[in-house]
Design a protein around this ligand. Structure first.
Ligand SMILES: [Cu+2]
Length: 148
């Protein structure tokens, strides 16, 4: 007979195999600000679930001194996160109290600088990424598609 414990054990073993299958191929994703505009380029990224991802962000601005960052949000948190990010008086990568909304984030990045973050790609799906600097998230956002 197929016990509940046996089924869960099998499912766990299969998910570990999936992670192993992707773990050998680290992926580098590159993204930048569109010069001094409040936008990301590209605004759509893709990676497979379980992959070891290095996200490299370049602040390509030359005039405006506002910093930027790249924050990957858990699905469904977008509206609440934008509201909190826009209220920040001193800019942090993640607004106080919002850590549970965030999957991963780069540090704040100054004009002309490059920053990065390493993370393991989450479950397949569509994930919004944003810049959390006040006033930026409305237009400075995009989607990471995580494939099976
Ligand atoms: Cu920004």
């Amino acid at each position: 007979m197929y016990s509940r414990r046996g089924f869960l054990g099998t499912a766990f073993a299969l998910s570990c195999m999936t992670l192993h299958a992707n773990a050998g191929a680290p992926i580098e994703l590159r993204i930048a600000s569109v010069g001094d505009e409040l936008a990301f380029e590209p605004d759509h990224l893709t990676c497979p679930t379980g992959a070891s991802v290095r996200l490299i962000f370049h602040h390509a601005g030359e005039i405006i001194s506002d910093p930027h960052n790249w924050v990957l949000l858990k699905p469904g948190t977008e509206a609440a996160f934008f509201a909190d990010a826009d209220k920040q008086s001193d800019v942090k990568a993640i607004p106080d109290g919002d850590a549970a909304m965030v999957l991963t984030a780069t540090p704040i990045c100054g004009k002309g600088e490059i920053t990065m973050v390493d993370f393991v790609a989450p479950a397949p799906g569509q994930y919004t990424f944003v810049c959390s600097v006040p006033g930026h998230g409305e237009t400075m956002q995009g989607v990471l598609t995580v494939t099976v």
